[in-house]
Write a protein that binds this ligand. Sequence first.
Ligand code: GLU
Length: 320
Amino acid sequence: MENRVIGRFAPTPSGRMHLGNVLCALLAWLSARSSGGKIVLRLEDLDTHRCPPGAAGQLEDDLLWLGLPWDEGGSLGGPHGPYFQSQCTSYYEEALHTLQQQGLLYPCFCTRAELHAADAPHLSDGRVLYSGKCRHLSAEEIAEKANVHPPAIRLRVPDGRIAFLDRCQGLYTQDLAREFGDFLVRRSDGVFAYQLAVVVDDARMGVTEVVRGRDLLSSTPAQLYLMRMLHLPAPRYAHIPLLLAPDGRRLSKRDGDLSLEALRARFRSPEPILGLLAYLCGLQEKPKPKSAQALLEGFSWEKVRREDIRADFPRLLKKL
Ligand code: GLU
């Protein structure tokens, strides 16, 4: 058994990367490589209609331009393929079956409007806590409703708290039933849910370290619970700060001037961009241009700040 660190990039190839994705890829790469580990590239293209043809290839090209090569996955292939989630359905089916056998799943017929009813409690991450409405349907009710439209499949969460130590955010605990709720493992259109797919694939690819945005911190206890129920080993986690606009809004693909397309048109090399990100997240004291390779020296999670990074990014980039 190999015991070196296996990190991963797990982007959704729905368009060009933006600055926030670059920070995530950089920290995942630095964390794995600085300890002699390797990086797997997995394309999270479950929602195929959101992932235009060519986007995955473009993403790979951007990672290479950034100087963040991976060791396995994507078009490189490797021993743990497929590396595109759209090709992994049989693994998710198998996991679904294991959960089903333990009586953990139930069909859910709730419509969007029902889920988002005015009195539904909203969670800190913006999601809505599921009411449990379909938890106790009888076999007759299920048969009758399934005649009208196919159900989604939900996993019943237990009472009790789940805790884990995050390398960036510290100790995180969550009351799964009250703060996350019964969650979807398959949508009514048959597409497997992110929560199930990510757990199955990280285990299948031997991932030992997950570095991703802090927005996914609240999903991690649910994923840890899934791993327990599927008898899969849990990786270590580091949930990194998000990049926010001055008004607190999260940067997204809509911020066109922060996309890799715009950045590559403006900068001849990735060093100014990586140096700025390294400075903003606490890895260096000045926004000095640096390659990913050069940032390996002195990398430590102790230096990485945990709070989100709020800044006028277009202005900062102009100053470089
Ligand atoms: N595919 C997700 C994204 O691009 C990342 C999921 C993960 O890292 O677990 O935001």
